[in-house]
Ligand binder design. Structure first.
Ligand SMILES: [Fe+2]
Ligand SMILES: [Fe+2]
Length: 183
């Protein structure tokens, strides 16, 4: 199993998830009420798939090994770029969740705006983040990590993917994604 290749495949799925989120935001702009259950579904998959399953592998495996083996350039790129952006994504999901609670208590245009802002900001952040990983961070890892460490990434990725939790996350997410109408 090529651990970096797998992360790049997952990026394509995360982009599809954010496309679905954006579509839902557009429908609100066009007059639809906020479907809070639908947004809670998005938050669930952003947390279990994009964050725990995908960012989990980046943080615990690839980035850990890059920071240990590739010195200060990798450390700076990862700590001040990638990890900060993972946290910013978590912040937007938290704010989106708060806005949904507010909306359920009493819908207003201000709360609608908070829903749309946080969901679309999350989508835009993840798009930029994924471009940086595909074009900079992962390219750097592939080019600079000694073969033995790339193999370590692959081996640890295989162990991660083999866990019951990872299997269940993939099954749930694939099933959900296959039912979405993606443009
Ligand atoms: Fe990432
Ligand atoms: Fe990523």
């Amino acid at each position: 199993m090529d651990g970096i290749q797998l992360l790049m495949e997952e990026h394509k799925n995360i982009i599809k998830l954010t496309q679905v989120m954006k579509e839902e935001c557009i429908e609100i702009l066009e007059g639809k009420a906020v479907d809070t259950q639908r947004f809670r579904e998005f938050i669930y998959f952003c947390r279990v798939y994009a964050d725990k399953h995908h960012h989990g592998k980046e943080e615990k495996i690839l980035f850990r090994i890059m920071m240990a083996e590739l010195g200060t350039v990798a450390e700076k790129l990862i700590r001040t770029g990638m990890l900060v952006e993972h946290d910013l994504g978590r912040y937007h999901l938290g704010e989106l969740e708060k806005a949904l609670e507010e909306y359920d208590k009493g819908p207003s245009s201000a709360v609608k705006l908070d829903v749309i802002t946080n969901a679309s900001e999350y989508a835009a952040l993840l798009k930029r983040h994924i471009e940086k990983e595909d074009n900079v961070a992962f390219t750097f890892a592939n080019r600079s990590l000694p073969l033995g460490f790339l193999e370590l990434v692959n081996q640890e990725t295989e162990e991660f993917e083999g866990s019951l939790e990872a299997e269940e996350t993939k099954r749930q997410f694939d099933d959900w994604l296959s039912k979405q109408n993606i443009q």
